[in-house]
Ligand binder design. Sequence first.
Ligand code: ZN
Ligand code: FE
Ligand code: FE
Ligand code: ZN
Length: 272
Amino acid sequence: MTPLPDYHMHTPRCNHAEGRVADYARAAITAGLSEIGISDHSPMPTPFDDDWRMRHDELDGYVAEVMAAQIEFADTLTIRLGLEVDWRPGCEAFVHELAAAYPWDYLIGSVHYLDSWAFDDPDQRQHWDEVGIEQVYIDYYAQVAASAASGLFDTLGHPDLAKKFGHRPSASEMPRIIEAEEAMLMAVQRAGVALEISAAGLRKPVAEIYPHPRIIERAAARSIPFSYGSDAHQPQHVGHAQPACRNLLLQCGIHQISHFTQRQRTLHPLQK
Ligand code: ZN
Ligand code: FE
Ligand code: FE
Ligand code: ZN
């Protein structure tokens, strides 16, 4: 069984991950992977929650560390150069410039903010009660749709992150939530961007893979491609729950997985 490339992992530059690129590479080899991509949290225009990302002046060192590991592990592991970029309206020009400044293999676009609220930050959880679950989900999917439409990204990270803490819409709220999901999927299909299946949710209170099987099935009906990511913030999580993610994709009608090189996507068959 060919392993899936794991395109989502972090380095200590974001201030909440541990392990150097070489440590992630060794962990990947131990886990039986043949391809990974490093995707640390990108710098953003300041001020922008600067504690959660690398500084702009750390980019050169980040890219150099990934490139050095590409050479060091050339015989055993393919290592791609990626970045997890926050989506926030108004930052398009900044991201556009960032995209042109280095030879990225792919950019992950992730929604972690609704305006300036980091809705997935445990320290800002109390704000959920003020906005209300239904509205958070609707606002969240609108931003994922906007991130797709921006055309700035190759894949969209953990695309139902709003469920992270286990906040669930009620049955009567579901029709509007599904409508918002559908609008998001239409935008993703139109933009030709991929969605990420992420094991990270299994390590969070929700204890589920991102995104929900319902979303994967609807994406499959629209021929939207998927990439896989562990979102490892420690080397031991590289390749996390890969068999479960593979099986879920297959069950939901996805039969190929995305590989990225120099911002080009190729699709490879997903075997059982
Ligand atoms: Zn992170
Ligand atoms: Fe993220
Ligand atoms: Fe991440
Ligand atoms: Zn992430």
